[in-house]
Design a protein around this ligand. Structure first.
Ligand SMILES: Cc1ncc(COP(=O)(O)O)c(C=O)c1O
Length: 371
């Protein structure tokens, strides 16, 4: 195994298990800060790790803001000591009341949610006002992904003005996520991101001219945050997620980014059913199965391995080197998509300097903590 993934003693690491290489995580955070130029510009998305310990590592590097997609993630961040949390999700149903509950449960945490429609805007305003509170709301801008948000244009301006005038709500800026900008060539990616961002700044400038405050723009993910980081705009915050752990999906897709996979799966050989097959205890209950079957894992020590069958608790690899393996042998694999992979594990095994040092809880894999 590559020296950076060496583990002296794996006897206490149960398989299948996620192993976090803490020194690589630190290195990835350092790279994130170097790209951002100032840790105060970073608001990393915690959906990738969902762990208080990772949020605290980021704090050690001066990163004190966080982004979340669920209340459990937001609560994990607040419990970890993050004092400024954006829940980048549009509130509906019980989440309207939960937003007010979160504000009263964590009064010292600066907290914002997103919105893109007048109905939840009105409901949220009523709920927080009834609780004697107020809440920051970011207008969710659709930069071409067409997942949520409104295009930067007249309708967005109208909604922002409604937000600003709704009692209980503070119009706090825009949420600008562009997860569809996956051009491999960084110049093509930059051109596409910049074209969308020009519409965003035009909207912002028009609102400011009309007397509205647009104090922050929460922008980007792993692929695009370097492009926003290069802009001289003090209202920009950068919200990469995946790069703290990195995975081979992003490694292949964005060769310009130099993050290193830091969360690997440890698996053991349980059988060698035929001369060219090795079966491991790494089924799809332990690794994200949103990538197609056969493309979910990369075995750095077994590059010719072809995943020919995966069941809930079994992974069958076809390899010319099958004869080298005996049941009990350990293999490490890099997941194609780390964010849903970490959500499948209650705890992870942390390795530093080649030694298994501790376990961390994947606290916000749950949908509900207390809020
Ligand atoms: C709203 C939002 N912001 C930020 C991110 C982080 O993006 P990435 O994982 O590409 O770094 C995501 C990822 O899904 C997201 O949905």
């Amino acid at each position: 195994m590559h020296a950076q993934y060496a583990i002296d003693d794996t006897s206490e690491i149960i398989s299948p298990g996620v192993v976090i290489f803490r020194d690589i995580v630190r290195d990835n955070i350092q790279k994130m800060v170097a790209i951002a130029k100032d840790p105060a510009r970073l608001r990393p998305h915690c959906k990738t790790h969902k762990m208080a310990e990772v949020a605290r590592l980021e704090m050690e590097f001066g990163i004190h803001k966080g982004k979340a997609a669920t209340f459990a993630e937001a609560e994990m961040l607040a419990n970890a000591g993050v004092k400024d949390v954006v829940l980048a999700y549009n509130m509906v149903g019980p989440n309207i009341g939960r937003a007010a509950t979160f504000r009263s449960r964590f009064p010292s945490v600066k907290f914002a949610v997103t919105a893109d429609h007048e109905k939840p805007i009105a409901e949220l305003g009523e709920a927080v006002s009834a609780a004697g509170l107020s809440i920051d709301v970011l207008l969710d801008i659709d930069c071409g992904q067409h997942r949520t948000g409104v295009e930067a244009g007249p309708r967005a301006a109208e909604l922002y003005q409604i937000l600003a005038k709704t009692p209980g709500l503070n119009a706090a800026g825009f949420h600008v996520y562009d997860g569809h900008q996956h051009q491999k060539d960084p110049a093509d990616r930059a051109a596409a991101v910049n074209a969308e961002f020009a519409k965003v700044t035009a909207l912002r400038d028009a609102l400011v001219k009309d007397g509205f405050d647009v104090p922050k723009l929460v922008c980007g993910g792993t692929a695009s945050f370097p492009i926003y980081a290069a802009k001289d705009d003090p209202t920009i915050e950068l919200s990469p997620g995946t790069c703290v752990f990195q995975d081979f999906g992003y490694g292949n897709a964005f060769p310009d980014l130099t993050f290193t996979p830091a969360a690997l799966l440890l698996t053991r050989v349980i059988s060698r059913p035929t001369p060219d097959r090795v079966t491991c205890d790494l089924g799809y209950k332990a690794v994200a199965s949103d990538p197609p079957a056969g493309q979910r894992l990369l075995f750095p020590d077994l590059p010719d391995a072809e995943a020919v069958l995966q069941n809930e608790e079994h992974l069958v690899l076809k390899t010319s080197r099958a004869g080298e393996f005996t049941p009990g042998d350990v293999l490490l694999a890099i997941p194609r998509h780390i964010c849903p992979t970490s959500a499948l594990h209650k705890q992870v095994f942390v390795v530093s300097d080649g030694k298994f040092v501790e376990r961390w809880n994947v606290a916000s894999r749950d949908r509900w903590i207390t809020v």
